[in-house]
Design a protein around this ligand. Structure first.
Ligand SMILES: Nc1ncnc2c1ncn2[C@@H]1O[C@H](COP(=O)(O)OP(=O)(O)OP(=O)(O)O)[C@@H](O)[C@H]1O
Ligand SMILES: [Mg+2]
Length: 267
């Protein structure tokens, strides 16, 4: 079974932790998994595990591959001349990835400027075409670690996202952004949108997130507790799933994965 997941939410809510861990869990089941780092902070490799710092240092994000951008769009990166709007991208996922533990393929996109940012440049056209190709045509589990803006997905591509997971932490700002992302995703045509609460330390926070999921009218996939093992894994530079596979946060993500699979299979 192949499906495409987008993980979204406010900065620091735990998108990368969830995206990387889900990617590993699906790969452990024997699925072909393609993980896309579409977050400007470029840190998905850290939660996937098995990719050395040196390897990451030497990896050029697609957006910065000047020769590739010029070859495919017909004009140099950073220019605004007439460029090919539908550049060839189908060979890029297999050529420009690094492999993590359990064989997850990781592609690092680099910063994507949104349409709202006014950037109509060849590098954005290439990234948009690449994302669209991956979402609409790749036959594998694709997990995209996003940031808040989804505009660059475009309507056609958004419909190919099987499920969007909105991560929310206890707090009004995180909830407000979740509301905006949810309505944007709905207007773009993302078919299924789910809610995941993260970093919960007590009953009051749990209540806040349960109420938030109701308020947003989003189905709850699960609640992930605040877990010091996750912090420890970050300090040690080891992926949480390798550092503490049985810790409460990991058990919660395992449950989320199972619920998600059931939902995707039944619809
Ligand atoms: N359940 C949790 N318990 C404890 N720490 C957590 C938990 N989830 C995430 N963290 C920690 O919180 C920090 C932010 O998490 P993460 O990088 O996954 O968030 P993000 O949404 O991807 O952030 P950004 O928007 O900056 O990319 C990390 O240091 C991570 O280890
Ligand atoms: Mg992140």
């Amino acid at each position: 079974m192949s499906f495409k997941l987008a993980i979204v939410g406010k900065g620091g809510v735990g998108k990368t932790f969830l995206a990387g861990t889900l990617a590993r869990l699906f790969a452990k089941d024997g699925k072909n998994v393609l993980a896309i780092d579409a977050d400007p902070n470029l840190n998905l490799h850290a939660t996937l595990g098995g990719i050395s710092k040196t390897k990451m240092k030497n990896l050029t994000p697609i957006r910065e591959m000047k020769d590739l951008i010029e070859e495919r769009t017909g004009v140099p990166a950073g220019t605004s001349g007439m460029f090919v709007l539908n550049p060839k991208v189908d060979d890029i996922p297999d050529k420009y990835h690094v492999k993590s533990e359990d064989g997850v393929k990781l592609i690092v996109l680099g910063t994507i400027k949104t349409a709202g940012g006014g950037c109509i440049c060849p590098e954005s056209a290439l990234l948009r075409a690449l994302l669209s190709h991956i979402i609409l045509h790749r036959d594998e589990v694709v997990i995209i670690d996003f940031y808040a803006g989804l505009e660059h997905l475009g309507r056609g591509t958004s419909k190919g996202v099987d499920a969007m997971i909105i991560v929310v932490e206890p707090g009004t700002r995180s909830l407000d952004l979740a509301k905006r992302i949810n309505s944007l995703a709905a207007s773009l045509g993302v078919p299924r949108r789910y809610f995941v609460g993260n970093r919960i330390s007590n009953k009051q926070e749990e209540e806040f997130l349960l109420n938030s999921s109701k308020e947003l009218e989003l189905e709850l996939l699960g609640l992930i507790p605040y877990d010091t093992e996750v912090i420890q894994s970050d300090i040690k530079g080891i992926a949480p799933i390798d550092f503490a596979p049985e810790c409460p946060a990991l058990v919660a993500i395992q449950n989320i994965k199972e619920i998600l699979e059931k939902k995707l299979a039944s619809q």
